[in-house]
Design a binder for this molecule. Structure first.
Ligand code: ATP
Ligand code: MG
Length: 339
């Protein structure tokens, strides 16, 4: 876990104000404001199509916003793209390395593109391969790498130039848990060394592991932001899921809880499709109170359980509606090739 108190007063490495980017009718970014303090990780959460990649592309100068401003390390994305590019690293959602080249050749080429001497580019490529446990696969063509190896190479590639600010666009989507942990360790190490990271993710767990602050976006708009703990408190630490014996009782049960006036509990929601009632629980006492109240009203319960909020529940709580499920998460091949 990254120390959340350390950098409260550090200046902003990334400052975004009123950023707008439309694609025809689609408002990919619809007036986004956000800040990332130097030496911290900001997690940008959002469902498919929320605008995360569009945001990262604007901040990397790959696309030009329609309006609004964004500064990275003091450089304006529109007016100072060249200076800005020198201070950032980007690990995109989609692999950006050359499939036909080996891991080493990819890193060497990037070093040369960044104006390193041949000697320095060689040294840096070796260092980065070592750091990401890719030394043994250094000479293999990237097309023969597993998904996890590619992602590690991507991360290595984005670090060749020693960037002060790093963008990670869904860095672990489709990775197996072990490789995901390796990527997380590496990101934590970078931040400990002073890097600033803007991380987009659909995984609440990833955000919790890495980010000190979160910005939640949906349909191009910021719908919530704050420290991880603040957001969780706002969403409610846990949700109680109650399944009535008779699904027809759902509306009555929801009404009964709404009338209690108990903090959080009043925000309970019936999910008729699943035949369950979801009740935000802010304190342990509320569990007893909710179950007691329903029993006192004569409702029969067939199943009950609590669980921590997933990103979907965060959305449910913040927006009052479930995020639109679009494309499913792509899966990648994850087994390692024998070196
Ligand atoms: N080049 C483009 N042309 C047209 N529409 C686009 C383009 N790029 C993005 N969009 C649209 O803008 C919206 C935001 O897309 P974006 O890729 O930024 O979302 P995202 O949050 O990164 O989603 P995902 O989690 O699936 O990666 C979507 O509705 C998408 O279809
Ligand atoms: Mg994306």
């Amino acid at each position: 876990m990254v120390d959340m108190t350390r950098n409260d007063n550090s200046p902003h490495a990334v400052e975004v104000r009123g950023l707008v980017k439309h694609y025809g009718e689609t408002k990919a970014l619809d007036g986004v404001d956000l800040d990332v303090r130097e030496g911290t990780v900001l997690g940008v959460l959002g469902p498919n199509g929320a605008g995360k990649t569009t945001l990262v592309r604007c901040l990397s100068t790959l696309i030009v916003p329609d309006s609004g401003t964004a500064r990275v390390a003091g450089y304006d994305v529109v007016r100072q793209p060249r200076q800005l590019r020198r201070t950032i690293g980007l690990t995109g959602q989609y692999a950006s390395v050359d499939e036909k080249l080996s891991g080493w050749e990819n890193l060497y080429m990037i070093g040369r593109l960044l104006d390193l001497s041949r000697k320095d580019a060689r040294k840096r490529a070796d260092e980065m391969l070592e750091r990401f446990s890719l030394t043994e696969a250094a000479k293999k063509a990237v097309m023969n790498y597993s998904g996890g190896m590619r992602r590690r190479l991507d991360l290595a590639a984005s670090l060749i130039g020693n960037p002060a600010v790093l963008y990670l666009d869904e860095p672990t989507t489709g990775l197996d848990p072990r490789t995901r942990n390796e990527v997380w360790d590496e990101v934590q190490r970078l931040v400990a060394e002073g890097a600033t990271v803007l991380l987009t993710t659909q995984y609440m767990e990833e955000a919790e592991q890495l980010a000190s602050e979160l910005t939640v976006i949906d349909r191009g708009k910021v719908i919530a932001n704050g420290k991880v703990d603040e957001l969780k408190a706002r969403v409610g630490g846990r949700t109680l899921r109650i399944r009535p014996a008779d699904p027809a009782d759902l509306p009555g049960m929801a009404r009964a809880l709404a009338e209690t006036g108990l903090d959080g509990v009043a925000g309970s929601q019936a999910v008729p499709d699943e035949g369950t009632l979801l009740v935000p629980i802010l304190a342990d006492e509320q569990l007893t109170a909710v179950v007691g109240l329903l029993a006192a009203r004569g409702y029969a319960i067939s199943d009950i359980g609590t669980y921590l909020p997933s990103l979907d529940e965060v959305f449910l709580a913040i927006t009052g509606q479930k995020p639109a499920a679009e494309d499913s998460v792509p899966t990648e091949q994850t087994e390692e090739v024998a070196a």
